[in-house]
Write a new protein. Sequence first.
Length: 137
Amino acid sequence: MMRVSCVAAALVAVLGAGCSGGDGGASAPTGPTTTPAATPSTGGGTATQGGKPAAPGNLRVTVNDSTRVFTWNSVSNVQDYFIQIGTSGSDNPDLVNTNTSQTTYTWTGAAPGNYWARVYARNSSGSGPNSEQISFH
């Protein structure tokens, strides 16, 4: 009986200390806590109004002979990305208009010339805004 009384008294003391807090003092510890590991920022942003994804940020291209490798920052809540490449007006992706689930796209067989590119993200709510358009050779 003595053992049960001591356990009950200890339990009441712990619960009472954890539930008080009106005195402004420190409360009793409740056990170890873990902090999630930091996730590096990838830029690009979060969803826009209406749930559509934000514009991918930091579109860049690496030029190697006839190969162009495009990379951009990911955005949240994305189903896929569309890369558009053209030679004429910015509203005419006359060379490439394709999708990928990755944040990179490799275009091979490019002839010397002046080009532009942009990328946008899409999800079940629709297409987000275009990234900044880049020009390259």
